[in-house]
Write a protein that binds this ligand. Structure first.
Ligand code: FAD
Length: 286
């Protein structure tokens, strides 16, 4: 493998909602800056869509203060074309041109009357308004929970890519075999854009319980054993969770994954540890 076809490394952070959260995130971003990732993506809650105050403010910090490429998550089920147009103009002003185009979660199960029923509608709109923007999309190796079957899910994903999506980022998964199967299905469906693998290392009990309760991803025996054995030993749980994530990453990169996207949960320890143990595998700028 040559330097040029190595996998990329990128990170996701979310806007904090407390001063403690701000301090923690500042520390994390300082760590991330030193790792020189391909980009840092900033989430946006669909429950409280306030791009300017939260997401754009943080993306601006990533772009201006850290001098790193920023990607803005844009869930669009609850915004209209005029609002999106204004946000895109603002991003252009700031020289931020990477957007993760999302439909976003439907609150209380009632789909709103929207200019953007699906992420593909938003993707198409962004590409019309700002052809120079890079648009990413979400994808689901273990099928989106609302989809009735894998075939329809892949068919709709192909529509999203045809609408102009330049790259895909997966939902988190803990079983690499699910990802490899998904990659094959994408290739068969002629989906040829880069697919970044979303990895969320388990670093504490609260997060482990959240994954157990809410995650529809297949949880391998080896993973469940870690959560069980170290449930009362926070340090061992964190170390084992990070080791599991590193094992996943090494396997994915060895199999030429296009990129790894780490869901950091705003933890500097996660970012630092992952980097320390995997830097040699990635196409990093330094
Ligand atoms: P879509 O691509 O529109 O898909 C939604 C469902 O509709 C799927 O079942 C799909 O198969 C189906 N579908 C698509 N097109 C059609 C069609 N033409 N006809 C019928 N069915 C169709 N949420 C947030 O609120 N904020 C975030 O910051 C955020 N970041 C995320 C980052 C990543 C990497 C991922 C994977 C998810 C993220 N999410 C976020 C969650 C995401 O918004 C939800 O999973 C949401 O339920 C679906 O959004 P989507 O963009 O994937 O939707």
């Amino acid at each position: 493998m040559t330097e040029t076809n190595r996998s990329t490394l990128s990170f996701e952070v979310f806007p904090p909602n407390s001063q403690v959260g701000v301090d923690k995130l500042t520390e994390t971003l300082d760590e991330l800056k030193q790792l020189d990732p391909s980009f840092i993506s900033v989430t946006c809650s669909n429950h409280n869509v306030d791009y300017e105050k939260n997401t754009i403010e943080l993306a601006k910090h990533v772009h201006n203060k850290l001098n790193l490429p920023a990607m803005v998550h844009m869930p669009a089920a609850y915004v209209n074309k005029a609002q999106v147009r204004r946000i895109l103009d603002e991003l252009e002003e700031l020289d931020i041109n990477q957007v993760l185009a999302l439909r976003g979660d439907i609150i209380d199960g009632h789909a709103p009357e929207s200019d953007f029923k699906y992420a593909s509608d938003l993707t198409k709109f962004i590409k019309q308004e700002k052809p120079n923007f890079e648009v990413s999309g979400a994808c689901y190796p273990e099928v989106h929970p609302e989809s009735t079957n894998r075939i329809d899910d892949i068919k709709h994903l192909k529509e999203k890519v045809d609408a102009g999506c330049d790259q895909l980022i997966t939902q988190l998964f803990y079983d690499n075999e699910q990802f490899y199967r998904f990659q094959e299905e994408c290739a068969i469906a002629d989906i040829n854009v880069p697919i970044l693998a979303g990895i969320m290392p388990i670093i504490n009990r609260k997060q482990a319980l959240h994954v157990l309760e809410n995650c529809s991803a297949h949880l391998p025996k080896k993973f469940l054993a870690i959560l069980d054995k170290y449930k009362d030993n926070p340090v061992a749980l964190r170390d084992a969770g990070l080791a599991y994530a590193i094992d996943q990453i090494v396997d994915l990169v060895t199999n030429d994954v296009d990129g790894i996207h780490i869901y950091t949960m705003n933890s500097s320890k996660t970012a630092k540890h992952i980097y320390k143990n995997t830097a040699a595998f990635f196409n990093l700028k330094k």
